[in-house]
Ligand binder design. Structure first.
Ligand SMILES: NC(=O)c1ccc[n+]([C@@H]2O[C@H](COP(=O)([O-])OP(=O)(O)OC[C@H]3O[C@@H](n4cnc5c(N)ncnc54)[C@H](O)[C@@H]3O)[C@@H](O)[C@H]2O)c1
Length: 412
C-alpha cells in the first residue's frame, strides 16, 4: 500500500471507531453527550437486564447488592472546589437548546405524597417539570391532572438505575417514607437511598443541575437533644429495623456533601419532619393518615406504646414552600423543615376526634422497635436564612386532608 492509501485507510478506521461508540455507556454509566442537543431523553441500558432502565417491580426480589456501574466515574471531568458560602457553578453542562427559556425541573418520587404537591407548585409558577417514579408508594392519580400539559412529563423509572435528562434542578424525593413500606424490603430501601442518590448526584454533576435532597428528621434517631437543631449529630441504631431508612438517609446526606465538596455540585439538604395532607396513602402506617382513616371508618385509632411519644406535624403546603425556598436560596443546609408544634400521640388523637368524630376510640398496641420518644424541630436556621416558617396549625390543616380521605374511602 502506498502512503496515500495508508492515510485513507487510517481515516476510515477512525470514522468507523467513532461511529461504534455506544449510546448507553456500560463502562462509565453515561451515554456521553448523546441526545442532549436534540432534547431527546436518553435512558441507560441496565447491565443486568440489557433493557432500558424502567424497572419498578423489583421491590420484593432484589436482595443482592447490584454490582453495576455507578454513573459518575468520570474522572476525566474537570473538578473545582466549591466557592465559599456554598453556591457553586456547574462544571460540565450538557449543551442546552438556545430556544429553551423556562426552568426545567426533575422531581424524583414526584408521584408520591409530597412530590405531587411540589409538582403542583412548580407547574403553577411556570416551570417545566419531569417526574420520575417507580410507583412503589406513589400513584399516577396524584399527577393525573397534569397529563396533557406540555410542560409536564411522567416517566416510570427506578432511581436505582441511572438516567440522563437535561434539567436545571433536581428535587430528589424518591424513597418510601412510611415505615410499613420502607421496612417491607429494607435492602431495596437502602439501595434507593444510596444508589438512587448517587445516580441523581451523578446526573446533577453531569448536567450542571442544582440538587436538593429530601432527608429526614430520622437522621436524629431517638434524639438525646430536644428540640433538635441541625448541629445535632443524632442517636441512630445502625443495625435496627429502621436503619435502612435512617442510615440510608444519613448516607445520602454524606454523598450529597461529598459531591458538593469534591465535584462542586450545587446542593441543598432538607431534613423533613412529619408531614401530612391530602394524597397521603391510606393505611400507610404514618400516624396522621392512620388516625384519620380509622376515625373516618369508625374504627378505633391505634396508639403504639403508651401514646406519650411526641411528634410535630407539618401541613404539606408549608413543606413545599420550604423546599422551594431552599432550592431558590443560597444556602446548602441542612435545614430542618417542620412545624415546631409538639403533640403526644394521645393529643393528636384528641385533635382527630375534634375534627372528625368526638366518639372515636383509642386502642393500645405494643410499640414498634426504635420508635423515637420525642421529635420537635428547632427551625431557627430556616427562619433566619430562608425566611421560611410554617403557617398552618394542625387544627387548620387536618380538615383539609379529611375531605380527600373521605372521598377515597367512599364515605360522605
Ligand atoms: N412525608 C413525610 O413526613 C416525610 C418526612 C421526612 C422525610 N420525607 C422524605 O420526603 C420524600 C417524599 O416523601 P413522601 O411522604 O412523599 O413519601 P411517598 O412514599 O409518598 O413518596 C415517595 C415517592 O418515591 C417513589 N419511589 C420510591 N422508591 C423509588 C425508586 N427506587 N425509584 C423511583 N421512585 C421511587 C414512590 O413511588 C413515591 O412516589 C422521601 O424522600 C421521604 O423520605 C418525608
Amino acid at each position: 500500500m502506498d502512503r496515500r492509501a495508508l492515510i485513507l485507510f487510517g481515516v476510515l478506521l477512525g470514522v468507523a471507531a467513532w461511529a461504534a461508540v455506544p449510546v448507553s455507556g456500560a463502562g462509565d454509566g453515561f451515554g456521553r453527550g448523546v441526545g442532549a442537543q436534540t432534547e431527546a431523553r436518553v435512558q441507560y441500558v441496565s447491565k443486568k437486564s440489557g433493557v432500558a432502565a424502567t424497572r419498578s417491580d423489583d421491590d420484593t426480589e432484589e436482595f443482592e447488592l447490584a454490582g453495576g456501574d455507578l454513573p459518575d466515574e468520570e474522572d476525566s471531568l474537570p473538578r473545582k472546589l466549591p466557592a465559599q458560602g456554598g453556591a457553586t457553578k456547574a462544571l460540565s453542562r450538557l449543551p442546552v437548546s438556545p430556544l429553551r427559556k423556562e426552568r426545567r425541573v426533575l422531581v424524583t418520587g414526584g408521584a408520591g405524597f409530597v412530590g405531587s404537591h411540589l409538582v403542583d407548585k412548580l407547574i403553577k409558577r411556570g416551570d417545566s417539570v419531569i417526574v420520575i417514579d417507580n410507583y412503589f408508594t406513589g400513584r399516577k392519580e396524584n399527577v393525573l391532572h397534569h397529563l396533557g400539559n406540555p410542560k409536564f412529563e411522567l416517566i416510570r423509572h427506578d432511581v436505582v438505575e441511572p438516567i440522563l435528562l437535561e434539567v436545571d434542578e433536581i428535587y430528589h424525593l424518591a424513597c418510601p417514607a412510611s415505615p410499613v413500606f420502607y421496612k417491607f424490603n429494607p435492602v431495596k430501601t437502602i439501595k434507593t437511598n444510596v444508589m438512587g442518590t448517587l445516580n441523581m448526584l451523578g446526573l446533577a454533576k453531569r448536567v450542571g443541575a442544582k440538587f436538593l435532597l429530601t432527608s429526614t428528621s430520622e437522621v436524629y434517631g431517638d434524639p438525646l437533644e430536644h428540640p433538635q437543631t441541625e448541629a445535632y449529630w443524632g442517636n441512630v441504631n445502625p443495625i435496627g429495623v429502621r436503619s435502612c431508612y435512617d442510615e440510608g438517609k444519613r448516607t445520602a446526606e454524606t454523598l450529597t456533601m461529598d459531591y458538593h465538596r469534591g465535584a462542586g455540585v450545587d446542593v441543598r439538604i432538607a431534613r423533613i419532619f412529619n408531614t401530612y395532607g391530602p394524597r397521603m396513602l391510606i393505611d400507610d402506617g404514618r400516624v396522621v393518615s392512620n388516625f384519620v382513616a380509622q376515625a373516618i371508618r369508625k374504627d378505633p385509632m391505634t396508639v403504639y406504646g403508651d401514646g406519650k411519644q411526641t411528634r410535630s406535624f407539618q401541613y404539606v403546603s408549608d413543606l413545599v414552600d420550604g423546599l422551594v425556598a431552599l432550592m431558590d436560596g443560597e444556602h446548602i443546609g441542612p435545614f430542618n423543615l417542620g412545624n415546631p408544634g409538639e403533640f403526644t400521640m394521645l393529643e393528636l388523637a384528641e385533635v382527630v376526634k375534634e375534627v372528625i368524630d368526638p366518639r372515636a376510640q383509642v386502642v393500645y398496641r405494643e410499640n414498634t422497635a426504635d420508635d423515637p420518644h420525642k421529635r420537635k424541630p428547632d427551625i431557627t436556621k430556616a427562619k433566619t436564612l430562608l425566611g421560611w416558617e410554617p403557617k398552618i396549625a394542625l387544627r387548620d390543616g387536618l380538615p383539609l386532608m379529611v375531605d380527600d380521605f373521605k372521598e377515597r374511602l367512599g364515605v360522605q
